[in-house]
Design a protein around this ligand. Structure first.
Ligand code: SF4
Ligand code: SF4
Length: 400
């Protein structure tokens, strides 16, 4: 069965990977310099050289069932040492883009990754939809300085403009949609990986007793970026190291998400709280930390001098700018609620923030953001299926 994919390279797959950023793939001549520097490489899995070979041969199914590309954080060390400029780090990224587009049932991810116009169109359609939905319930702007509804601190007047309950309902619907979409993608990935043969060629065992430790390992790995920190080439300023910058974006965003959720459950919507209210501090700090990470990545991508920032696709820029605009409008909204009088500018920033935040959520399964889900699942499956299944061990006992 596996020989089918070896005998007949999937040329469409090779072209897709090239179009998604792996256009230098064919330059690879298998010298293994990349494998010698990659901290993820093992004796049995000469990563990423082995995956470069599989990609050159169009072994789509083998690559989709291999968790290795998901373990890569794109530190760029392999691309730096590659004598052929085959850019293995970017090719691993292209393989992840390909996997995301395969797991997305709507076809939108493929459209977004393949075409800048398609990417913008999807964004505009979602943004217009959310704007119309939100404005369909708006209660009008409360302008002036003597309205009781917006007297004192707080954002009551903003939630009069767009009712908080309405925002909540749209948010729940969006969460349900992304939940279903991600569940399908994750199950597709898990099915492939759990039915594959490992790098030893043996079917893997997934003992129930090892599931929880594997999940714990994956979650801890994603939170503390342990493997990412092992990348050795980044000797420069600590605060510019890719693992820290990547972590800042992720931790900052999670802090904002937690603050928003707790805010909703703990206090009445739009009620006045002082700037030192814990949820407000958490949200503001999260926003600033996330903004720090985003500004470093944007600066590095503009400079484009060093891997992993020297090559940026439209989808990379789109995700960065969408997240930056969301964080900036969120921080501005936090300032606006403490202004003495409502302004049209304040209402527009508030509306923009809600629409952008909903865009980020609804497009989570389609953008780079989905890495946080797929990578966590791949890490858990990788850790869970570490040993060959018992029956396979017996059958293959004559092998090395
Ligand atoms: S990607 Fe580059 S470093 Fe890695 S095996 Fe190919 S040619 Fe060598
Ligand atoms: S980018 Fe870093 S982690 Fe990924 S394959 Fe290259 S060296 Fe390994």
């Amino acid at each position: 069965m596996d020989n089918t994919s070896i005998a007949r390279p999937d040329n469409d797959f090779i072209q897709d990977v090239a179009a998604l950023g792996g256009e230098d793939l064919k330059k690879c001549y298998q010298c293994a310099a990349c494998t010698s520097v990659c901290s993820l490489s093992t004796e049995q899995n000469g990563f990423p050289r082995k995956q470069m070979l599989m990609a050159q041969w169009g072994m789509k199914d083998k690559l989709l069932e291999d968790p290795s590309p998901w373990l890569c954080y794109y530190c760029g060390d392999c691309s730096k040492v590659c004598p052929r400029k085959a850019n293995p780090g970017e090719t691993m990224m292209a393989l992840r883009r390909y996997a995301i587009s395969r797991y997305d049932v709507t076809g939108l991810a493929r459209l977004m990754y393949r075409s800048a116009i398609g990417n913008i169109l999807v964004f505009l359609v979602f943004s217009s939809l959310f704007t119309l939905l939100l404005l369909s319930q708006h209660g009008g702007m409360q302008m002036g300085s003597n309205g009781a509804i917006f007297s004192g601190l707080g954002s009551t007047y903003l939630f009069h403009y767009i009712p908080g309950e309405w925002i909540h309902k749209i948010g729940i619907a969006a969460f349900a949609m992304i939940g279903a979409s991600l569940a399908f993608g994750v199950l597709s990935m898990a099915y492939r990986m759990m039915n594959s043969k490992g790098h030893t060629g043996e079917r893997l065992a997934f003992p129930i007793a090892a599931l929880l430790p594997a999940i714990w390992f994956a979650v801890m790995e994603v939170i503390n970026h342990h493997r990412f920190r092992q990348c050795e080439k980044h000797e420069g300023s600590v605060y510019l190291r890719p693992w820290l910058v990547h972590g800042a974006i992720m931790w900052g965003f999670l802090a904002m998400l937690v603050a928003t959720a707790l805010d909703y459950f703990i206090k009445p919507i739009g009620s006045a709280v002082p700037p030192w209210y814990p949820m407000r501090i958490l949200g503001t700090l999260g926003g600033l930390v996330c903004l720090y990470g985003l500004s470093v990545v944007i600066t590095e991508r503009i400079r484009a001098e060093d891997t992993p920032y020297d090559k940026s696709s439209f989808s990379d820029w789109f995700f960065l700018l969408l997240l930056t605009a969301t964080v900036l409008t969120g921080l501005l909204t936090e300032i606006i609620v403490y202004m003495p009088h409502p302004t049209v500018f304040g209402y527009m920033i508030f509306l923009s923030h809600i629409v952008l935040a909903m865009d980020v959520l609804i497009m989570l399964p389609l953008t780079k953001f989905s890495h946080v889900v797929y990578r966590t699942v791949a890490l858990a499956l990788y850790q869970w299926g570490r040993v060959p299944a018992p029956q396979t061990v017996t059958a293959a006992s004559g092998d090395a």
